[in-house]
Ligand binder design. Structure first.
Ligand code: FAD
Length: 151
């Protein structure tokens, strides 16, 4: 690894984010943990995600032309680990989304753009499911963190 790559990874580890699970179904159904998520546009309502070219989710997402994004809440570290390839007992998707998530976006695939070793996935939000409000799962400095939350 070059010193620029090392510095790049270290710098990005200092960018705090929420944690999502992106899921799609085309024949089979798959979910994948992703922190590279952003809100892109309000009118129309668009979101964007970076999905690895090697992810098994990617061909499903293209074939389905639709996907969900579940925003994980505090306490869902195990769900995040499961959908990042470190399986946990009893974790799965319910109706195409993570049960108990803070919020779920149901998206139609709007566009795919090349992005180096990832693909930039743009989705048009068609429906929103809001869960109970509460503290989010936060990822920072290569670990799960907690947000100070008023009790
Ligand atoms: C905090 C964090 C953030 C990340 N952010 C990103 C990111 O922004 N972009 C990115 O490309 N990668 C990201 N990754 C890496 C990514 O989550 C993994 O590389 C992922 O496992 C690869 O995706 P895949 O589609 O090949 O997954 P797979 O290996 O196919 O699946 C991942 C895991 O989910 C399980 N699973 C899949 N579908 C189901 C289902 N329907 N029911 C039950 N279990 C299922 C599988 O058994 C497997 O254990 C992140 C990882 C972590 C830990």
């Amino acid at each position: 690894m070059t010193s620029l790559e090392e510095a790049f990874k270290e710098a990005l580890s200092r960018f705090a984010s929420g944690v999502t699970v992106v899921a799609a179904r085309a024949g089979e159904e798959r979910g994948m943990t992703a922190t590279a998520f952003m809100s892109l546009s309000l009118r129309p309502p668009l979101v964007a995600l970076a999905v690895s070219e090697g992810a098994r989710l990617l061909p499903l997402l293209e074939e389905a032309g639709a996907f969900t994004v579940s925003f994980l809440r505090e306490g869902q570290e195990g769900v995040s680990e499961h959908f990042a390839g470190r399986p946990r007992e009893g974790v799965g998707l319910v109706e195409g989304r993570v049960e108990g998530a803070l919020a779920v976006l149901r998206c139609r695939l709007e566009a795919l753009y090349p992005g180096g070793d990832h693909r930039l996935v743009v989705g048009r939000v068609e429906a929103v499911d809001l869960g109970e409000m509460g503290p989010p799962l936060v990822y920072f400095a290569r670990g799960y963190r907690r947000l100070l939350w008023p009790s």
